[in-house]
Structures are given as C-alpha cells and as structure tokens.
Design a protein around this ligand. Structure first.
Ligand code: ZN
Length: 156
C-alpha cells in the first residue's frame, strides 16, 4: 500500500487550521505534483446548511463537513490550469478518533458507491481533542478490497 507524504510545513498548517476551527470540522485540499505541494483550506458550510434546513442536514459542523462548492470548484479549476493533481482531501474529527467513517466513504464515493470520485487521491483525517491536535491518519483506495484502507502518513 503506497504511503502518503506531506511536508512538515503543510502538515503544521493543516493541524493549525483544524485547531483554529475546533469545535467544528475543518476541510480542504492539498494540491501538487513532484515539485509543488500546496494547501487549499476550504470553508465548511455545514453549519449554514444545518441552520437553513435542519431536516435535510440533521448534523451540524461538529460531526460533518460540506465544502463550499464554489471554493471547491475554484481549486479543481486551478489544478487543471496548472497541470497539478489533487493529492489529498483532508478534514478533522473534533473529539473523535482519526478514522474513516461510513459517511466519509459515502462522501468520497459520491457518484458511484463502489468507486471513489478521485481514485488516486488520499484522504487525511485529523483527530482534535479539546482543541488540540491528537493524531492524523491517511487513507487510500484499495481497488481489490473496494474500500479505503489506512496507510502510513509520512512527514518530510
Ligand atoms: Zn470524517
């Protein structure tokens, strides 16, 4: 299983964002190629959705994230324009462990339940406890098992 790598600075930036946005889940992308690796934090609009329609969005941002679609699209366009890849989709779990939940899997496989929308993209989940970073874990798609499996998260 291939490992997932993140520069020390980028991992620190993501941890800081997750602590800053606690008790809400934070989310974002890491984009790049062999030479470039950049973090693109995305606003979590789950609280707005929950406030506007709690029946359709029963969870608030303590236990869910929904990326601002316009910000998300802007990053995907930037990737195309610059010829980069979507390396990582990350989000945090306030006061929960760094595991890949059934909801996370469903969101990663939005178009087809047995195929991720971005099969070559890794997912990183950060556990934040009482506002402080606790653990980060990386998950990649295993085509044989047809599921996400945890793999090594390397800091460089
Ligand atoms: Zn999650």
């Amino acid at each position: 299983m291939k490992s997932v790598s993140l520069s020390r600075d980028n991992l620190a930036a993501i941890k800081a964002q997750a602590e800053r946005e606690y008790p809400w889940e934070c989310c974002g992308f890491v984009i790049g190629d062999g030479a470039v690796e950049e973090v693109r934090p995305i606003a979590n609009i789950q609280n707005e959705k929950h406030a506007a329609d709690p029946a359709a969005h029963p969870r608030d941002a303590r236990t869910a994230y929904l990326m601002d679609p316009r910000a998300q699209l802007a990053v995907l366009r930037e990737i195309d324009r610059r010829g980069l890849a979507l390396k990582i989709v990350y989000h945090s779990h306030p006061d929960h462990d760094a595991y890949f939940s059934a909801t996370d899997r469903r969101q990663a496989c939005a178009f087809d339940p047995d195929q991720p929308d971005f099969p070559d993209t890794a997912y990183v989940v950060l556990s934040i406890r009482d506002g402080r970073f606790s653990r980060a874990a990386a998950f990649v798609w295993d085509a044989q098992r047809r599921d996400f499996v945890e793999t090594e998260l390397r800091e460089y």
